[in-house]
Design a protein around this ligand. Structure first.
Ligand SMILES: [Mg+2]
Length: 342
């Protein structure tokens, strides 16, 4: 199977946030082959990502045989290393990598999950969590069947009143009952170490499973201090890239939970590598937006403690995406990632 064409476009995303997630938003990559199969992947980077796909990556891959996706992934990374070891170029590579894995599944006639674990049960459902803004929505999400909820606390700002956040978590825990449901907090990378430690101390009595991205992703010294001192486990990695980036986070044990985004971090090839390293180190992986179609096969096949994050509401460019029913998400059994263009 040889690659005959590579295209990318940015689908409209009505309702997406008025920030980089729209301006540099998700792109759909289509890889055509001489076997008439078309692979569909989703990456990021908006117009910049499309440019990377349709120039340097297209030049590299056109006419190439798809044998082992991992080899082509390594070549794409080396080919873009002088300008793109993190960020937009890797987001673009992610889309191509996922389209290639989609083709690998389609050529074999099996779902990608089968490529990762030939014994996997495709009828299984996976537990999910939902991101909410207050205790009322948290209770509704747990009643709807989600195993866990994550409180989004960005609105409290970069110098939050600790007791306001603690009060929100206390109210939420009270509504959900003790240990009946898991509560997490997402800080949105805007605090400093002192603030993060203060908040962790204040919410720890309410049994919080993780504090997510309290500080900027590159402030590894801050993560080192937090991982040593925080009373609540620290999660992060949503904005880290490629196995090399995650290797440092894992070797230094900077997080209790890693949250790679398969559509940004380098695609499935990278996520497989992250799972291997993290599983070896005994560090949990809980992929960003795990309920969207691309991370699900890896979560089902590679994750000893699966929990899929609910999708972003504006992610509607694909048809036949797995649905959440009673709080659990069903795997696709169709070949590849099982999706078509909406
Ligand atoms: Mg997050």
């Amino acid at each position: 199977m040889h690659i005959t064409e590579i295209r990318a476009h940015q689908p409209p995303t009505p309702g997406s946030p008025d920030d980089w997630r729209t301006q540099l938003g998700q792109i759909v990559v289509e890889v055509q082959t001489d076997s008439r199969l078309i692979g569909i992947g989703v990456g990021g980077g908006g117009a910049a990502g499309i440019h990377v796909v349709e120039t340097v990556l297209r030049d590299l891959l056109l006419g190439r045989e798809i044998d082992d996706v991992r080899d082509l992934h390594r070549e794409m990374c080396e080919h873009t290393a002088f300008y793109g070891r993190k960020g937009l170029a890797v987001m673009a590579i992610s889309g191509v990598d996922l389209a290639l894995w989609d083709l690998a599944g389609k050529e074999a006639g099996v779902n990608v999950a089968i490529l990762l674990d030939s014994d996997i049960d495709l009828t299984q459902t996976l537990p999910t969590y939902s991101t909410v803004f207050d205790d009322e929505d948290a209770e509704a999400a747990i009643n709807a069947g989600h195993q866990a909820i994550k409180l989004h606390v960005e609105r409290f700002g970069d110098r939050p009143e600790t007791r306001e956040i603690a009060e929100l978590v206390r109210r939420t825990r009270e509504r959900l009952g003790s240990a009946a449901a898991t509560i997490m907090i997402d800080a949105f990378a805007q605090w400093d170490v002192a603030t993060s430690l203060r908040v962790a101390q204040a919410v720890a009595p309410f049994d919080v499973a993780w504090l997510e991205e309290p500080v900027q992703p590159d402030d590894l010294a801050a993560y080192a201090e937090l991982s040593a001192k925080s009373l609540v486990p620290i999660a992060g990695g949503e904005h880290e890239y490629l196995a090399e980036g995650f290797r440092e986070l894992i070797d230094r044990r900077l997080h209790a939970v890693l949250q790679p985004d398969i559509n940004w971090c380098g695609g499935l090839t990278t996520l497989i590598e992250i799972y291997r390293m993290a599983n070896d180190a005994g560090i949990r992986v809980c992929p960003h937006r795990g309920c969207e179609p691309y991370a699900l096969p890896a979560i089902a096949a590679l994750d000893p403690n699966p929990l899929a994050e609910s999708s972003r509401k504006w992610f509607r460019c694909l048809a036949d995406a797995p649905q959440i029913i009673d709080g659990r998400i069903q795997l696709s059994s169709r070949p590849g990632f099982g999706v078509t263009l909406a």
